[in-house]
Ligand binder design. Sequence first.
Ligand code: IPE
Ligand code: IPE
Ligand code: MG
Length: 251
Amino acid sequence: MSGELTASAQPVLDLSRLPRHVAVIMDGNGRWARARGMPRTAGHRAGADRLEELVRTAAEIGLPILTVFAFSTENWRRSPGEVQALFRLAEELLRDKLDEFHREGVRLAILGDRTRLPVSLQREIQRAEAVTAANQRLRLNIALNYGGRADILQAVRRLAEEVKQGELDPADINEEVFASRLYTAGLPDPDLLIRTGGELRLSNFLLWPLAYTEIWVTDRHWPDFGRQEFLAALADYQQRQRRFGRVESNS
Ligand code: IPE
Ligand code: IPE
Ligand code: MG
């Protein structure tokens, strides 16, 4: 697909200059549900539908990489019922939407410590990753039991082990070597972070990879976040000037 797509509000989205990697904190499901007198889990269910739509849109416009935050290492602090419901939804999504994702050329990967997830969910993850391993259209990373600090710690532990085994010289540890031990190994850093639900914080998402990411926050809750707003966020990103510490070229 090429050309231009008009988002609901100006500016216009240039499909030839899309970000390579977009990260999304899908927040606000609970508040969305409460505003409607519904249980929090109904918000999560509605949120899963939005994720499906987002994946379709991303594949359609040619976005290469999408990373979404589905469950944080801190979300274990919620009630067992809500935690269970979230895992069940993740399992359903992987089971019921796998064929469709596969047809659309989506390569699925889970970021985070999967060993603490229910065994049935681990099985669906394994299957989804194996079935879609060769797909190249859209890389979809779902962060599940993921924490930015936990990721940094597991990378440090791996490096320490390699040093202990005599496989790595501490003097050779640079940013590239470090990043290659993170769950996000091999991925370019996100260009754009979208957060729904209005909170102005990272909530322990992708701490290392987000170092220079452009941030776009909307008050809209995740179950209300549709295609038009996603395109508007991408169009807004295209207006940003990324300097990476340098000064503007014309100043
Ligand atoms: C995001 O919505 C989903 C997860 C964190 C799993 P929330 O459940 O955090 O919704 P709010 O923030 O309470 O509205
Ligand atoms: C961030 O949302 C985690 C996910 C979207 C999965 P939270 O709702 O958990 O974040 P806090 O607790 O408001 O920072
Ligand atoms: Mg929240």
